[in-house]
Design a protein around this ligand. Structure first.
Ligand code: SAH
Ligand code: SF4
Ligand code: F3S
Length: 484
């Protein structure tokens, strides 16, 4: 996602998250069979691909970035919008062509589309050999063996417990500085537009001990930033009582760990380890989380707080569980506790069922009020099986949706440019992530508010912190020079 932010600045429906594809990096330890994975959709899917690579590595698979030399081709798919699924279908058509020339190549579909379509996908896409939903990855060795024996294999069982807590992910496409850690899976909110509760199942939180252990291990390996991932991190909740009592001391047995506690525990690993998190839900984010952020310099001051719509009536139809006023109140708390410099970013959906022109304008006016630093913006795409698909008519013509989306994007571009201008003539602490994609003579990293900062090379390199005096900015990037 972050690479995209730097490269294109803003995402329209044509360039949205789901269009980002990541392929496996080479990881060669002399194993005979080679795995190639392409990941679509959100960061949680990219994270899952690292778990899949880890499970299969133990089974004698190396990863490759070259599909031509792969024995096993996996697409880890997304269902969030129709376009995301279309992209995967096109890709499958292409892979079908490859398989005709190399019939022994095994093709598997993983992730949300596998979960949504289940065996139907086998009927529709004849060359697919294997289907595995997001909670079925431990079963992959068994499923692969089944295909080796000549039958198609499917597991789309959704679990109430699976968090892959004990599996140490193989970091694919890693810059060695920043990493993502899944802290929970699934979602119990039923936003009426959203397919995620159906593809990812019930919400469950991962054992905090395993999260701390993973973050500590990353720090010891030289990583300097972790992003804690979940569809709704503010409802993170773990108690030994509900989970595995035996593993904890008696005194800990009744203690419930909430998100603010977890955040603090991760922040305490080391002051040089930056901590980020995503996604916060406006109905659940607490002042306690904001105070914890204020208390630790290494918890980055940026909150992804998707509004979806600025109209209370539409928010109600979306079943988001908050009003415009509630949301603006949360923003007020952020500004009071963390100040104006804290980044606030959002997701917006244009043209949801029955949205009037006035209600669309309420989204624009809310954007002005909040002064978002950045947003992911989409037009509404009806997803089969969701509450909205069952109960609400998709009334807004595509042209109107696109027009409204354009207005939202235009508004955000102005806001981002304005917010970034405020960063000029100030010193920003930047964690260096590597060489700038624009020029070898420049480095790039991000400031606490998650903004990309580009500056000429100095003494310091990847994984180190520098102070950068920002001299200019665009809507997507800050430019400056290192100061002592
Ligand atoms: N858990 C996150 C959202 C994850 S999905 C949250 O609640 O904020 C990422 C984004 O995709 C959503 O925030 C929403 O803006 C968008 N999205 C989800 N379903 C969509 C749909 N049916 N059509 C268009 N955009 C959608
Ligand atoms: Fe979807 Fe809502 Fe859950 Fe986010 S909180 S994943 S939008 S159901
Ligand atoms: Fe897509 Fe599934 Fe993520 S639908 S956005 S890959 S949770």
């Amino acid at each position: 996602m972050d690479n995209l932010i730097e490269d294109i600045g803003f995402l329209s429906e044509n360039e949205l998250m789901s269009e980002e594809v990541k392929t496996t990096a080479d990881h060669n330890s002399g194993n005979k069979r080679k795995l190639y994975i392409e990941s679509y959709g959100c960061q949680m899917n990219f994270s899952d691909s690292e778990i899949v690579a880890s499970i299969l590595h133990r089974e004698g698979f190396d990863t490759t970035s070259d599909i031509a030399e792969a024995d096993l081709v996996f697409l880890n798919t997304c269902s969030i919008r129709e376009k995301a699924e279309q992209t995967v279908r096109h890709r499958l058509t292409h892979i079908n062509g490859l398989k005709k020339k190399k019939p022994e190549m095994m093709v598997g579909v993983l992730g949300c589309m596998a979960e949504r379509l289940k065996t139907k996908l086998l009927e529709e896409e004849k060359m697919v050999d294997l289907i595995a939903g997001p909670d079925a990855y431990r079963d992959l060795p068994q499923l692969i063996a089944q295909v080796d024996d000549g039958t198609k294999a499917v597991n789309t069982f959704l679990s109430r417990e699976e968090t892959y807590a004990d599996i140490s992910p193989v970091r694919l496409n890693s810059n060695g500085v920043t990493a993502f850690i899944s802290i929970m899976r699934g979602c119990d909110n039923m936003c009426s537009f959203c397919v995620v509760p159906f593809t990812r199942g019930r919400e469950r939180s991962r054992d905090p001990h395993s999260i701390i252990a993973e973050a500590t291990d990353l720090f010891n390996k030289g990583y300097r930033e972790v992003t804690l991932l979940g569809q709704n991190v503010d409802s993170y909740k773990w108690s030994a009582e509900e989970n595995n009592k035996a593993r904890l001391e008696k005194t800990e047995a009744n203690h419930i760990v909430h998100f603010a506690d977890l955040l603090e525990k991760v922040a305490l690993i080391h002051p040089d380890l930056r901590v980020r998190f995503s996604t916060s839900h406006p109905k659940d984010i607490t002042d306690e989380v904001l105070h914890t952020m204020a208390k630790y310099e290494n918890i980055c001051k940026n909150i992804h707080l998707p509004i979806q719509s600025g109209s209370t009536r539409i928010l109600e139809l979306m079943n988001r569980g908050y009003t415009r006023e509630w949301y603006l109140n949360r923003v007020k708390s952020i500004r009071t506790i963390l100040g104006d410099a804290c980044g606030i970013t959002s997701d917006m959906i244009a043209g949801f069922c029955t949205e009037t022109e006035d209600e669309h304008c309420e989204t624009l006016s809310l954007m002005d009020e909040v002064q978002y630093d950045f947003s992911f913006m989409f037009f509404y795409s009806e997803r089969p099986g969701t509450l909205a698909a069952k109960k609400l008519a998709d009334t807004i013509p595509l042209e109107t949706k696109k027009k409204r989306l354009d207005e939202i994007i235009k508004k955000q571009t102005e806001l981002s440019a304005g917010r970034n201008q405020k960063d000029i003539n100030k010193v920003h602490k930047v964690l260096i992530e590597g060489v700038s994609k624009r020029s070898e003579a420049f480095l790039q990293g991000r400031n606490t508010a998650n903004k990309v900062v580009i500056f000429p090379k100095g003494e310091k390199g990847k994984g180190e912190y520098v102070n950068v005096w920002v001299e200019s900015s665009s809507a997507a990037t800050l430019f400056g020079k290192i100061v002592s």
